[in-house]
Ligand binder design. Structure first.
Ligand code: CP3
Length: 346
């Protein structure tokens, strides 16, 4: 049996069609998701394996995406570490207690996970059971730096002042926090791969907050440890680094299989620069807001990205960030069809 199309692309192999999935594909733009969401809050949907599995599968059934990404959130592994996670309607995540010094860090629990008893493992097993063999199942986690931002700030932040204060007053404490987070995130990802995920993506949403010297000290070594440790499992690892075009060259040197970039990066130029030395595949990078425009412009832009990137193997179509709630469903359908028809149209 051949590997799923998306996994073939991750390995740099030629595929019958260009694989596509989109970040936040199970989300508020989708009426079927809204229906489930009207009855349950977001965290309940994550914690109940049947609900998480159902909304994970919805976009694959609806549009024929080449992958399902498990419905969950990057903040959830903080709960078994001893941090309470809440999502406040209209405000976003709130975490308590905030982790601000060495004593707080020492209290964090070194959590470990078992695929058959953890809600996320059970959800993954249920999805893999339902999913066709040619579709990939993607597990995920936040990058250590991004997770440290949330753990220290206790919420999203505009300027990361509190975590940067820790960085600049007690760097050893920040390193201790990153080290602990990395250990738990590796176990969180390994559990997902053991439960049936075919690949994993690490989301580094706040990488752009860092100066290059700080990125090299506080982000890169921990990313390296994650990808190096999981590599022997033989399942592709994808790094999505947001607004971090400045760090793309260094990210290309990590032991990753796929680099995913946001829409500000010239993906074709990046690939050309790193041919033969960087990751085997690249993923991206249509501006998600192109899905809110007219159909003609959307498909024109998608085709531009395809003609620049999909003529050589090792390419996965995706957006440069998550699909937004106002996105018309018919535009998503048109985009998936356009990507799938690409080779026959050339
Ligand atoms: O991509 C997918 O479909 C898989 C599921 C997924 C979610 N969050 C579901 C979700 C993934 C991969 C994430 C990752 C995530 N979560 C990130 C990294 C990616 C990024 O966006 O940069 C971050 C920073 C978070 C933290 C988080 N979760 C935020 C800031 C929010 C928004 C809060 C708000 O009020 O809108 C969430 C909530 C969230 N995560 C939703 C979904 C579908 C919306 C929940 C709802 O229905 O209200």
């Amino acid at each position: 049996m051949d590997a799923p199309t998306l996994i073939q692309a991750c390995r740099g192999q030629a595929t019958r069609h260009v694989p596509i999935w989109i970040m936040r594909q199970a989300g508020r733009y989708l009426p079927a998701y809204q229906e489930v969401r009207a009855k349950h809050d977001f965290l309940t949907m994550c914690h109940v394996p049947e609900l998480a599995a159902e909304v994970t599968l919805q976009p694959v059934r609806e549009f024929g995406f080449d992958a399902a990404i498990i419905f969950s959130d990057i903040l959830l592994p903080l709960e078994p570490m001893g941090i309470e996670v809440q999502f406040i309607e209209g405000k976003g995540p709130r975490l308590a207690p905030q982790i601000r010094n060495m004593q707080d860090i020492a209290k964090l629990i070194d959590a470990d996970f078992d695929p058959s008893s953890c809600f996320l493992g059970q959800a993954l097993q249920a999805v893999r059971h339902e999913l066709a063999a040619d579709k990939a199942l993607i597990g995920f986690a936040g990058a250590p730096w991004t997770m440290a931002c949330y753990a220290v700030e206790g919420m999203g932040s505009r300027d990361y002042a509190v975590v940067k204060q820790l960085m600049n007053t007690d760097p050893a404490a920040l390193h201790a926090l990153l080290d602990k987070l990395t250990t738990v995130l590796i176990r969180w990802l390994r559990m997902q791969l053991d439960a049936g995920a075919d690949a994993f993506q690490v989301f580094d949403s706040w990488a752009d907050a860092l100066a290059p010297m700080d990125y090299r000290e506080f982000a890169l070594p921990y990313l390296r440890r994650i990808f190096e440790t999981l590599r022997p499992m033989g399942k592709p690892g994808i790094l999505f680094s947001k607004d971090a075009g400045a760090f793309a060259a260094e990210n290309c040197q990590l032991p990753i299989d796929v680099l995913a970039v946001d829409w500000r990066v010239d993906l074709a130029a990046l690939r050309k620069q790193h041919t033969g030395t960087g990751p085997t595949a690249y993923q991206g990078n249509l501006d998600p807001l192109a899905l809110l425009g007219n159909r003609e412009t959307l498909l024109e832009k998608a085709k531009r990205i395809l003609s620049e990137n999909a003529t050589t193997p090792g390419y996965i179509f995706n957006l440069g960030h998550g699909v937004t709630p106002a996105t018309p469903v018919e535009n998503v359908r048109a985009l998936v069809d356009c990507v799938h028809e690409f080779r026959s149209a050339t």
